[in-house]
Design a protein around this ligand. Sequence first.
Ligand SMILES: [Zn+2]
Length: 677
Amino acid sequence: MTSNNPLLDFSGLPKFDQVKAEHVTPAITHLLENGRVLIEKLATENQEPTWDNFAKPLEDMEEHISRVWSQVGHMNAVVNSPELREAYNASLPKLTDFYSDLSQDERLYAKFRALKNSTEFSKLTTAQKKIVENEVRDFRLGGAELPESDKIRFKAIQESLSKLTTKFEENLMDTTNHFAHFVEDAADLKGVPEDAIQAAQEAAQADKKTGYKFTLHFPSYMPVLQYGEKRELRELLYRAYATRASEFGRPEWDNTNLISEILKLRLEAATLLGFRNYAEMSLATKMADTPKEVIAFLDNLAQRAKPFAQQDMKELTEYAAKLGIHDMQAWDVAFVSEKLREDKYAFSDQEVKQYFPEAQVLKGLFKVVETIFGVHVKKSDAPVWHPDAAFYEINDQHGKPVGQFYLDLYARNNKRGGAWMDEAITRRKKGNQIETPVAFLTCNFSAPVGGKPALFTHDEVITMFHEFGHGLHHMLTKVEEYGVSGIKGVEWDAVELPSQFMENFCWEWDVLRHMTKHVDTGEQLPRELFEKMVAAKNFQAGMQTVRQIEFSMFDMRLHGEFDPHGKASSLDLIEQIRDEVAVVRPPKFNRFPNGFSHIFAGGYAAGYYSYKWAEVLSADAYSMFEENGVLSAETGQRFWHEILSQGGSRPALESFVAFRGRAPDIEALLRHNGLTA
Ligand SMILES: [Zn+2]
């Protein structure tokens, strides 16, 4: 089933009106079979590799596979069905295998290296050069240059790491799932919101028990910590949460040894590749150059934020005393903070929401984009997967297409939660034609009810701007080669720049007020309410900043200077870092590292700093708009030209400096967070 398979029709937009689960396996099988034939041909061909005879065919192959797989993945996420899920899960391991073989094919590596060292290389475009360089780098980081014996060891390390990190996550899940605390007396739940109590009662009933069941899952645990008046209950849950997967629980679920094993193996892998430590290896593909640079960055932020964090802590301690808590403990912090927040900023999300009907918000978002980039956004038509989904196009001032996007805003059954941007079609030159980039923008906001339009909370409006920022990065690229077009090839610690940049407009009075129109009265958002929203945004910003720095610093020093074979434990290291930066001291029994799955099971090892790093970039980029007028078209053109259009075709730092005229600076972020005098 390849001749009339809509997934294999690469003309124009995806055929969402025709694609069915039964098309998935034949399409993927066909593409991977052709892919393997092509790889074999390219790897064994007896001719000098050039862009056209070697790199380009590989790019074409990858583009086809990922275009098909993005449609399948998208449908699996937004209109899930048992048939689709089965087809998706059946193809996933085949793709993983395919790419794993591809990334380890030494014959291809040799060809890429030959291409890089050939006379032809200097004649390639910047984007083509970058793609070849990235390939050589990634093969090297994958161990392709190692002598045979080391290669075997390197592969074994990767396999062990994959098992250990999976086990880390499983242990954490198992301890989390295993814990349950039953409250018999409803009086002990004073303060806890009604919906959380109801959920706890239903959970107990499901277990055929009386009373209320509380677990360590966030929606069960957090409301008690935040609102529960009974201190002992807060302490009990806090203690269980803070000691997950540690020596205080079941030995088979203890992550302590896994941490040490993971660190040792990462260090060994890095050393084999010639790095001094794992942090250096992690940074080889990131915008930040050295662990030293990251630590200096974090130190600088810590110094600036700490006085504000101390002030936050002082205010909190004083407020706790007013509530009769004279020895504030870790399990009181969320509770007292919530009381203080309610006291200082009395407004509700519900109140704000009435001012943000969908149509007004979309109009406001498009207006910002149209004003700063000189483009035009308009609704258009295309086959979609669900009646809720809509299709739009972005044209330049001459009416020429720049990009297109699907918008699927509402939560519904069989749709994965969260919000994200994904690439449907990536911009590239194909013959003499330019393929117009297409994005999927997916959110999970409340659908319209009771004949009223959909209303968004301010957080949801921010989410929408954020994802649209990723979308702009993808759609406004001018790159003509697939591998570094749009968000492709952009460093991990820089990829959130355009998305977080767009969020800033949601805090700009002159932008925001035009996006508001009360659903009943038609009035704009009152200025007074806006001021409260801004103040609430920066509530405890000092404390939150030093907390993020604590985690980032721990991660970077753990993978940089820490010796996993030495006497000190990771717990000793985090205590030392807390001495330097923290204002809230967790109790001695707290085993934070044992639950830090971002770095021990996720992709954030020696990369947790990226959150703050990207915030600095986006705030600093935005500050240029603040200087020149927040809707300055001239600055917008410059942002488009130097950052958005460049994609991954050059280092993010180069793009940033070209736009801003200097290296990134932390001042704007501190100012936006209210952390300046
Ligand atoms: Zn993002």
